[in-house]
Write a protein of this length. Structure first.
Length: 340
């Protein structure tokens, strides 16, 4: 009996640890899935709160307005998501989108819609590739590279537009963005959803996606495992540029004019959407699906504050606090020897 008792104790202890009802298992579950559970809970709380404050918030018109806002912001946030996944950051995505919006407005009448769209996407990809080349080959931190690129692109946008809005006559963008192929769903939102599904499939169903997470999780280990880290980084920055250009095209279609620096004020909201959705700024965790969820949280938060008459300055305070809280929750502190 004395010999079998310790074995029995060990067996019981192991069962407690493996049981999903044990405190340890619950803690492990929450730690693993907190980045996805928190935005879901936040979404439910926000809808319930703003709906109670103003019943008009829960209506078809309000839902369509949210979808319109999501169309642009979600695509802009998707552009930044991939760079953050590999452990970098692209602060130029909004400026890249602004330039794309100006260029599509300039070119769509003279070159025709399809050719103008292709050229704008190529320009966006080229800008992203330049970011990647300077970051990867010259080993300059992506924060500084893209901060400088943001200023360059803002200057180019203002030069091309001469500091004023750029009008156009083509109705293609209105059809592409504002009409509804699926009743009740603006085409801009449909584009964002299709893009998000495609990008999610890319990161989860291909070796390229696995390489993204490997580079973001541990770049040195990824390189030792045979991942072409430099090529992955270059492609990610270029992809971010193309997606940012898509966001700029959507923005111009919604505004029916090219607006200098039109996307720039949305940079903070796009970063907020990424981190609120659960993509960690430390890299290697998250993805496009989470960014879509985070975008929904940010848009509902903004729309709810509008409908409940919260002042614009207070809204800035709230959104800034949300970004800080989201980063504090999602950042992997084990990745940093020292937090500066």
């Amino acid at each position: 009996m004395t010999q079998s008792s310790p074995r029995l104790v060990k067996r019981q202890t192991g069962d407690e640890r493996s049981s999903p009802r044990s405190p340890a298992a619950a803690s492990t579950f929450l730690d693993r899935y907190r980045n996805i559970l928190i935005p879901i809970v936040a979404l439910i709380v926000l809808v319930a709160y703003f709906g109670a404050q103003n019943p008009a918030f829960i209506s078809t018109g309000s839902a369509q307005n949210i979808l319109r806002q999501m169309a642009f912001l979600s695509v802009l946030a998707l552009a930044g998501t991939f760079v953050i996944l590999i452990g970098g950051i692209d602060l130029s995505v909004a400026a890249n989108a602004s330039l794309a919006g100006i260029l599509i407005a300039k070119w769509i009448d003279s070159l025709g819609g399809p050719l103008a769209i292709v050229l704008v996407l190529l320009v966006g990809g080229f800008v992203g590739l330049v970011n990647g080349i300077v970051t990867t080959l010259l080993k300059v931190p992506s924060f500084l590279v893209t901060l400088g690129m943001m200023s360059i692109l803002d200057g180019v946008s203002n030069t091309i537009s001469k500091g004023g809005p750029v009008s156009f006559n083509s109705g293609l963008l209105n059809t592409l963005v504002n009409t509804s192929t699926i009743p009740g769903l603006p085409n801009g939102a449909l584009i964002a959803i299709v893009l998000a599904v495609g990008l999610t499939a890319l990161v989860f169903a291909t070796s390229y996606g696995r390489h993204l997470y490997a580079v973001g999780g541990n770049e040195r280990a990824a390189r030792l495992s045979g991942v072409r880290v430099r090529a992955v980084k270059l492609s990610v920055f270029a992809l971010a540029g193309v997606i940012a250009a898509v966001a700029g095209i959507i923005l111009t279609g919604q505004a029916s004019t090219g607006v200098p620096l039109g996307a720039d004020p949305s940079l903070l909201n796009s970063i907020a959407a990424i981190v609120v959705g659960g993509t960690a700024l430390s890299g290697g965790v998250g993805g496009p699906h989470r960014t879509m969820l985070g975008t929904l949280v940010i848009v509902i938060l903004g729309s709810g504050m509008d409908i409940t008459s919260v002042g614009p300055y207070t809204q800035l305070i709230v959104k800034g606090a949300v970004v800080i809280a989201a980063v504090a929750i999602t950042i992997d502190r084990r990745r940093y020897g020292l937090i500066k």
